[in-house]
Design a protein around this ligand. Structure first.
Ligand code: 4NP
Length: 158
């Protein structure tokens, strides 16, 4: 199962989701079965490592953020089984970029997989870039809950 987490810049939210998912996958003995990656719909930060505020907040919870920012490519829709958007704006951008109906069917909001928040009217992971430090902890809270739910669904399908 290849999963691409997608946000705007690929330096805050989606690298956080990728790192959290990678940790959960290892903890649950599913490495080799679930392959997480991340990308951004924008190109401003391409080549940069994750934001230090995101890296620090994640490290305090035992999650390592890695990689360099890249932009989503049309080929990603064939290369991944699921493309998970952090907010509705990212979702709309992904749907506009998707080359066909099969590709559009792979695009979801990450927090749809959080069993506690599923069905709520607002499933966005808020962009923490221009806010304070607590925004990065909110991202971690939401991403950890959603990734745990996602992994439970993946396991149930195996
Ligand atoms: P991300 O956060 O989408 O979670 O990586 C952002 C990073 C950079 C910008 C916006 C959001 N920016 O406008 O540069």
């Amino acid at each position: 199962m290849r999963i691409l987490f997608v946000c705007l810049g690929n330096i805050c939210r989606s690298p956080t989701a990728e790192g959290v998912m990678r940790r959960l996958v290892v903890e649950e003995g599913l490495d080799g079965h679930v392959a997480p990656d991340s990308a951004g719909v924008g190109a401003w930060h391409v080549g940069k490592p994750p934001d230090e505020r995101a890296t620090g907040a994640a490290r305090r919870r035992g999650t390592v953020l890695e990689g360099r920012a890249r932009q989503v490519q049309p080929a990603d829709f064939a290369a991944f089984d699921l493309l998970l958007a952090m907010d509705r704006s990212n979702l709309e951008d992904l749907l506009a970029l998707a080359p066909d109906e099969a590709s559009r069917a792979k695009v979801r909001l990450l927090r749809e997989f959080d069993p506690v928040s599923a069905g709520a009217p607002d499933l966005d992971v808020p962009d923490p870039y221009y806010g304070g430090a607590d925004g990065f902890d909110t991202v971690l809270d939401q991403v950890e809950a959603a990734c745990a739910g996602l992994l439970a669904e993946v396991r149930a399908r195996m």
